[in-house]
Design a protein around this ligand. Sequence first.
Ligand code: BGP
Length: 480
Amino acid sequence: MSFKKGFLWGGATAANQCEGANFADGKGISVADVISAGSHISPRHISLGRDPAYAYPADWGSDCYHRYKEDIALFAEMGFKAYRMSIAWTRIFPNGDDVEPNEAGLAHYEDVFRELRTHGIEPVVTLSHNEMPLHLVTAYRGWTDKRTIGFFVRYCETVFERYRDLVRYWIPFNEVNDLLLPMSAFSQGGIFHEGTETFLDQPDDPAERLGALNNVLVANARAVLAGRCANPEFRFGTMICHITQYPRTCDPSDQLLVQEDDLFRNCMCSDVMLRGTYPYYAWTHFRHHGISFELSDAERHDLAAGVCDFYTFSYYQSICQTTRTEEFSDQTSGNIMGGVRNPYLELTEWDWPIDPVGLRYTLNKVYDRYRVPVMITENGLGAVDTVEADGSIHDPYRIEYMRRHIEEMAKAVDDGVDLIGYTPWGCIDLVSVSTGEMRKRYGFIYVDADDEGHGTFDRTRKDSFWWYQRVIASNGSELG
Ligand code: BGP
């Protein structure tokens, strides 16, 4: 086992899924606050306002806003070296286009970062994790409007200035490539189409959506440039939802299909963010799909100048693809997108394929492509946990999932990949983004809350808590 000294073992959350306290201290309303509760079988509902017929799980989350000191103490007890979290944009600029920031929001995160530092935990901070101010959706149509770039950069400059000595690692956008899919139009693009009912099934205008994504990529570059002025020590990461793909057969047509889709979905955004320019295959794709958008000289310049420093990605699963759809029709679900079933892989309770070896494959792929340090900023198993009569929670399935993934990470390090950190998702139980449920749990720490937000919200250490504590203490060499 070969993780480097100072390896950033930790965990990850996002404000809208764990903070709760949705209307506290001047916070504005965000896109996450109008996406209703749902379940595995009933999709989350979207509207441009709060509909009394629905409940909104962002209202309660895991109550981390109030309990962050207790939570950080638990992270420290596990031995965390890093904690990936997000700032809710609406706590800093409640409407997004405000001229002055909300001091209460700024003060809150300052307290959180100081608390982390007190425990020797490095904050890794996402600036936009499905938390765009709703006002930017209704007044500007989200990222379709270039003025939104300026609003985002002002927000970034504000937090860079305030936390310049407290935070070093920044991730401007969570899973930036999700906007390549229609289901992220609202939550990431701030685009609401008349007739939208649910998160999973939104009307779509691909040209508008990809134009919005271009504005996001320009905003990312300008955030990097602003950050370098604020503090040259800042380090900026991509965050790609990497859906690793395999051809279902060795038919060369399946290989080509995967090559094309992998480049577009998994590589295009990080190519722009790390190489500073759109790759050739992007323009081909745009041309074939009748997509064009405005990219000024200044934007081209900033994309080239404001490249990121390290590569981060989420990894939960892999999928197969095939041109032989009649022969292989079995589908699996997954993070953002599913695919054709891989007969060699088991599925989680939510039908996501489990593929630890694919993580080693992916780490080698992305490191070979970019040759910058790599961090895995999300990975984990969503599962239902049972609380025993004595209050204990035994989660051997989670330990097994993570053990197998960490083993493959170690092999990737031996392969030569410069892996610098691992922050598995939902280190403390939080609300699922795809289903809005609480029962789909990822945490090492159990939160006593149900899908309706009922419960004490008390925290309990699961078996995986003690296991991960040993993993960190041994720098990844004790995985048993
Ligand atoms: C990623 C998101 C996270 C997280 C994770 C797990 O796409 O960045 O916010 O939620 O998926 O997905 P889910 O919550 O649907 O289980």
